[in-house]
Write a protein that binds this ligand. Structure first.
Ligand code: DAH
Length: 331
């Protein structure tokens, strides 16, 4: 059967073209539709044959259109997929990750270090009473050492704690020896310059055990190991000093991390940087908390100072300015 339409359909190269062809054949004025109109001119006896022939052709055309449409759709989809492909190697916008503040990071490192040595972590109130902040720490009212700390007083005669040492007192009064604790936290003093801020962070440490079992040698060993953990291979020296709550007392220096001990502006050309205070717990402190026949050592340090020396930050105040440019460097 001759069917000229099938070749036309076969020649379609796109879905749009195929649709045009369909309309040209089967539309109201389509060539095949017009063939049906010729029916009226056909002799009656031939009408049946004529109609059958045309219907067969129409059937073939419809089938062919469907088949061609399926093929062209598949080709179109293929082309679309090629166009839309995702380049998994393409560069994407950088995601900015956050970072711990250097003070928090340093605090966490100190806490973790002592936790690994089995020290418990104790806390106390920021607003303290005179007894815990001063009196029980062998700092009676008339004591000249109270001048060492510029204190914020509240209206009801309490203080913003000037150090984390009062947590020693609270811990000893609520627990029995042996004690092995640190007290991390915020403290307050009336001070504001390049190396002082009115609020800063300290970690206090305390070890108490049976009389004669805790010595200055133990304290020295723990401090040296701790400081070398925090600052790397520095030298450590112990200088005799005074604290009311310890006797004997010592201030501890490390060789300057800026000049490696050669002498520079930061260490005032001494080659040494003071990093903490420590000593053997004064008997008067044990008496104040009702402890008998014990010995102990204590130490206290400032976290901001540690953070500054670890990260070589010049101005302490920059740690409190929430400057994204500075903080971004610790990512
Ligand atoms: N409380 C002292 C301060 O704030 C630090 C300190 C020094 C704590 C010596 C101690 C110590 O326990 O033994 O400056």
């Amino acid at each position: 059967m001759d069917n000229q339409w099938l070749d036309t359909i076969e020649s379609a190269s796109s879905l749009d073209e195929l649709e045009t062809i369909r309309v040209n054949i089967l539309g109201k004025k389509g060539s095949l539709t017009l063939e049906f109109a010729k029916m009226k001119d056909i002799a009656n006896e031939d009408k049946k044959e004529f109609a059958k022939n045309l219907n067969e052709k129409k059937g073939a055309v419809t089938k062919s259109l469907e088949a061609k449409k399926t093929i062209l759709m598949a080709i179109a989809l293929e082309a679309q997929l090629k166009e839309d492909k995702i380049d998994v190697t393409a560069f994407s916008a950088k995601i900015q990750s956050g970072a711990f503040h250097p003070v928090q990071d340093t605090m966490d490192r100190v806490i973790t270090y002592f936790q690994n040595l089995n020290f418990s972590v104790e806390e106390g109130p920021l607003v303290e009473d005179d007894f815990h902040n001063f009196e029980a720490l062998n700092l009676p009212a008339y004591h000249p050492a109270r001048d060492m700390q510029d204190t914020f007083y509240t209206k009801d005669n309490k203080v913003l704690r000037t150090h984390t040492s009062p947590v020693q007192i609270r811990t000893m009064m609520s627990q029995k020896p042996p004690i092995r604790m640190i007290a991390p936290g915020t403290v307050f003093r009336k001070d504001f310059d390049i190396t002082h801020t009115p609020m800063f962070s300290q970690v206090e440490g305390l070890v108490v055990d049976e009389l004669g079992t805790v010595s200055f040698a133990n304290l020295k060993h723990v401090m040296i190991e701790f400081l070398q953990h925090m600052f790397g291979e520095v030298e450590v020296r112990f200088r005799p000093s005074f604290f009311p709550f310890t006797e004997p007392s010592s201030e501890v220096d490390i060789s300057c991390v800026f000049c490696e001990g050669k002498g520079c502006r930061v260490c005032s050309h001494t080659g040494w940087l003071e990093v903490l205070g420590c000593g053997i717990v004064d008997e008067n402190v044990f008496t104040a908390v009702g402890y008998k026949n014990v010995s102990g050592y204590a130490f206290g340090l400032g976290i901001e100072r540690f953070a500054m020396l670890i990260h070589k930050i010049g101005d302490l105040r920059s740690l409190f300015e929430s400057d994204i440019k500075l903080l971004g460097q610790f990512r």
